[in-house]
Write a protein that binds this ligand. Structure first.
Ligand SMILES: Cc1cc2nc3c(=O)[nH]c(=O)nc-3n(C[C@H](O)[C@H](O)[C@H](O)COP(=O)(O)OP(=O)(O)OC[C@H]3O[C@@H](n4cnc5c(N)ncnc54)[C@H](O)[C@@H]3O)c2cc1C
Length: 464
């Protein structure tokens, strides 16, 4: 038996059902990881995410090597080039089974449908498993068999199903050692334009598991109280590891779900949001094709003020917390969740810029950029999505700033121009004083912008 195992966003050994299925006793297994240039472009994948994935693949290759399993990396220009590449590999390696972990984006679903057909013609058996979600799309449905569109009942059903789910198999490769091991060229990691971030985001499952344990030991108990305060290390910062599958979300939830306390409960709920948006993408693929979930909101006429957009991107809006957040994103590839919400809502409701511009910018910057979560959250903030915030709930950026960065430590760190300003003025510097500090005046008048957004949403809502 010769098995080809195509790694995707499941770059780990622990709790990897695809790997476990491929590594049956007696099987000869070859792992492959594909860099698909068209897919990376289509998803606006950030270079920092590509760098993180490359490093994660290199770590995985070392771990697989301990079990005698080689991992090769190949580049393809687009989806059409995959079947010819598989045909070439087959001529060399003579595999007759192909193992993959499911992906739920519309392009990925279409790609896999075509490849399954191709495999059928070639007499290659296609095996697919769910490795990305805690409960895979299609498993959490209402009693009438339709998908949930509201998070709270989804979570209730999800929690009851998770409780029935057995603990994942942590050691997917225990006892498996391929003999003789296939020898192949070692993986080279080229280009390190983000090397300054490697210490912040060390790659691989061992690092991910270490982070998970540290988070459980040190932060989980207070998570519900500290998760909204960006100046504190109150959240897990595990999102990049969940995004490329170096860490199994299923394993994480099983570790914490029986820990009592509000902190653990709240954290599990966040992981339910992650599954919820994967389910939405799967059941309503239009959201992954530049469409809104609430179709009537497509009639909104957005501003095309590129100058304002660029000021938002570069953290020069004159709203200190917004600017601090946008600079955190640009400099670290990551932004705190509360700040993602505030900056997203600001772009849409204050600057009246299409949420899709922001969605794209985030994908181009984020180390954890991921279609379902990014799109779902952007549409939530923009009030165009599933179970989204109602259009009339508009964050006041000044109030959010005082509430979630009360000491101003986060602002002072990322906006050093303001570090010596009187603390009472830090959240809303006086326009004149700001200019002398070479910090811009506010880009917009929040009260006026709010009224404009309310009127525009009201108008399209009344038309439906
Ligand atoms: C506009 C916007 C865009 C976002 N884009 C992404 C994205 O591209 N990729 C991404 O992984 N998350 C995204 N999120 C969700 C969230 O901000 C991040 O998952 C979180 O900040 C990651 O930090 P953490 O690992 O410390 O999270 P923790 O607070 O420790 O949460 C644990 C895990 O739960 C999941 N999670 C938490 N909140 C959410 C949420 N609201 N939606 C979905 N999953 C969640 C993540 O996998 C996270 O790692 C976005 C949120 C907003 C508002």
């Amino acid at each position: 038996m010769r098995h080809l195992l195509w790694f995707r966003n499941d770059l780990r050994i622990h709790d990897n059902p695809t790997l476990k299925a491929a590594c049956q006793p007696g099987a000869q297994v070859l792992g492959i990881y594909l860099v698909n240039h068209a897919a990376l472009r289509a998803h606006d994948t950030a270079s920092v995410r590509m760098d993180f994935d490359r490093r994660s693949v290199a770590v995985l290759a070392q771990q697989l090597a301990h079990h005698g399993i080689p991992l090769i990396v190949r580049s393809v220009s687009d989806d059409h080039a995959i079947a010819p590449l598989l045909a070439t590999l087959r001529a060399q390696f003579h595999f007759d089974h192909l193992f993959v972990s499911r992906e739920y984006g519309p392009n990925e679903q279409k790609r896999d449908m075509h490849l399954q057909q191709w495999c059928l013609q070639q007499q290659i058996r296609w095996h697919e498993y769910d490795a990305g979600c805690i409960m895979a799309p299609g498993l959490v449905l209402k009693s009438d068999g339709t998908p949930y569109q509201v998070f709270t009942p989804f979570r209730s059903r999800w929690l009851s199903l998770v409780a029935q789910n057995p603990l994942p198999d942590i050691h997917a490769l225990e006892g498996f050692h391929q003999q003789p091991p296939l020898s192949l060229e070692p993986i080279s990691i080229d280009g390190s334009e983000h090397s300054s971030l490697h210490a912040l985001w060390p790659a691989g499952e061992t690092e991910a598991l270490l982070r998970l344990n540290q988070f459980i030991d040190q932060e989980l108990a207070n998570y519900h109280q500290q998760r909204d305060l960006p100046a504190l290390p109150g959240t897990s910062r595990l999102s990049p590891y969940f995004a490329n599958g170096s860490l199994s979300a299923r394993l994480a939830v099983h570790y914490v779900r029986n820990i009592s306390g509000q902190g653990a409960q709240t954290w599990v709920s966040e992981l339910a949001w992650r599954d919820f948006f994967q389910h939405i993408l799967y059941h309503y693929p239009r959201v992954g094709k530049h469409r809104t979930f609430q179709l009537h909101t497509e009639a909104l006429q957005w501003s095309d003020n590129t100058e304002n957009f660029e000021r938002w991107c570069s953290g020069q809006t004159g709203f200190p917390l917004i600017d601090a957040a946008m600079r955190q994103l640009r400099n670290t590839g990551w932004m705190h969740n509360r700040l993602r919400m505030i900056t997203a809502m600001f772009l849409v409701k204050d600057l009246w810029i299409n949420w899709q511009w922001g969605e794209r910018w985030f994908m181009q910057q984020l180390i954890d950029g991921e279609l379902a979560a990014n799109n779902g959250n952007w549409q939530w903030c923009a009030s165009t999505g599933v179970d989204a915030t109602p259009y009339f709930r508009i964050f006041n950026p000044w109030t959010q700033s005082r509430r979630f960065d009360p000491q101003g430590n986060f602002i002072r760190y990322w906006v050093p121009e303001l570090k010596d300003i009187d603390p009472s003025a830090l959240h809303k510097p006086p326009a004149k004083g700001s200019l002398s500090l070479r910090y811009p005046s506010p880009i917009t008048d929040h009260d006026k912008a709010r009224l404009h957004a309310l009127a525009a949403f009201k108008a399209v809502s009344e038309r439906t």
